[in-house]
Design a protein around this ligand. Structure first.
Ligand code: PLP
Length: 381
């Protein structure tokens, strides 16, 4: 049975259909076309980044990022463990070894201390990692000052996985600008969507030119089809880019709507014993893609995140545990991990609440009242 209230559903504005109609009317359906060029420029304007390539998905963008940084078989790549599998899978596409790094409580993102320990240990064991993948989870920027300083000290390039954080800033600088390359996602559940899509961002125009080349089957300049490297079919279509342009026009509104969800949940739920929200340090401005709570079992009278999730599910309200860490995933069994169990603890105790920018007040109230009732049932025990 489908839920009545979704975790994060697409939310269309008024321009998307006009742009798509324009694509049809001009017969620029695919591949590429004027919407793709315009969408790339608009992404650059929105983030302040120099260059962007619109691609078929965020996963494709991460894969190309690794290819561009020369990651190959047997190489090691450091990756935040507390994330969605798409951050890590492309490491395996390249035949490389993921090395997982724990999170910190202040942002829930990559812990700079664990990162440095991991780098020192891998280098001591004889291999300098080829890249670091840091993620802005649920929209919250990672602590880039510390992370970038470490990456520079050990001369390892940073890939910023900003798939969940379009519209967020760190020290007033938009996310998507902190890595040698950065990745955005426009999947259907993200803060804005192209139905499916992603982008690769960089200050380095040569890297982005190479990404476009690789993403269109790596055709050498020749009248016939000539190839000297392995290519991919990773470009965004002109129709999808038309949807993206309409969505980008309302990004600031979507951020405000998601933050309003968060603020409402805080107002209505933060007094419940043991219930906490993902923190937002003073340097960070999160798009609050998803509102995330944790339940401290020592303070909650036995209330657990699973009890809340099941109570919501019974009301046909979709909620989901926080990401299960990659170092706990069967597919990555045996991959090295550096940390002290912060990501595990967040997974055990954390839950994402319905967070769509199109939630109605009635729907938010239904979520709040269900959580309050569940908590009350426990406190009476
Ligand atoms: C969604 C997501 C991706 C992948 O993006 P797709 O466009 O779905 O391929 C990568 N990393 C994170 C953290 C994500 O949330």
């Amino acid at each position: 049975m489908n839920p009545d209230i979704y975790l994060s559903s697409p939310h269309l504005g008024e321009l998307e259909l006009r742009y798509v109609q324009e694509a049809f009317a001009t017969n620029w359906i695919a591949p590429l076309g004027p919407h793709v060029d315009a969408f790339e420029q608009e992404i650059c304007a929105a983030t302040g980044v120099g260059h962007a390539a619109a691609l078929s998905s965020g996963t494709a963008a991460l894969h190309l990022a690794l290819v561009l940084l020369g990651v190959g078989p047997g190489d090691e790549v450091l990756c935040q463990s507390f994330t969605f599998a798409a951050s890590a899978n492309p490491i395996r596409y390249q035949g490389a070894q993921p090395i997982y790094v724990d999170s910190e409580m202040t942002t829930w993102n990559m812990c700079p201390d664990a990162l440095e320990t991991a780098l020192q240990d891998r280098i001591r064991k004889g291999k300098r990692p080829k890249a670091v993948i840091a993620v802005n989870l649920y929209g919250m920027p990672a602590r880039f000052d510390a992370i970038l300083a470490i990456c520079q000290r050990y001369e390892v390039p940073l890939i910023e996985d900003a798939a969940e954080s379009f519209g967020s800033t760190y020290k007033n600088v938009p996310t998507g600008r902190f890595g040698t390359v950065a990745v955005l996602s426009f999947n259907g559940n993200k803060i804005i969507t192209t139905s499916g899509g992603g982008a690769l961002l960089s200050e380095d125009d040569k890297l982005i030119a190479k990404a476009r080349f690789l993403a269109t089957q790596a055709r050498d300049p020749a009248p016939h089809y000539q190839h000297s490297s392995v290519g991919y079919n990773y470009r965004m279509s002109n129709v999808c880019a038309g949807i993206g342009r309409g969505q980008l026009a309302v990004l600031a509104t979507r951020v405000a709507q998601r933050r309003a969800n968060f603020n409402y949940y805080v107002q209505e739920l933060s007094q419940l014993p043991g219930l906490n929200f993902q923190p937002e340090p003073a340097d960070c401005f999160s798009n609050r893609w998803l509102t995330c709570i944790t339940i401290d079992p020592a303070l909650s009278d036995g209330l657990t995140r699973e009890a809340i999730r099941l109570a919501l599910a019974e009301q046909r309200i979709e909620a989901r545990p926080l990401w299960k860490p990659m170092h706990r995933q069967p597919v990555f069994a045996g991959s090295p991990y550096y940390g002290s169990g912060i990501a595990d603890q967040l997974f055990e105790n954390g839950l994402c609440l319905p967070s769509g920018s199109n939630l109605t007040q009635e729907q938010r109230d239904k979520v709040v009242s269900c959580i309050r009732k569940t908590a009350a049932a426990f406190s009476k025990r």
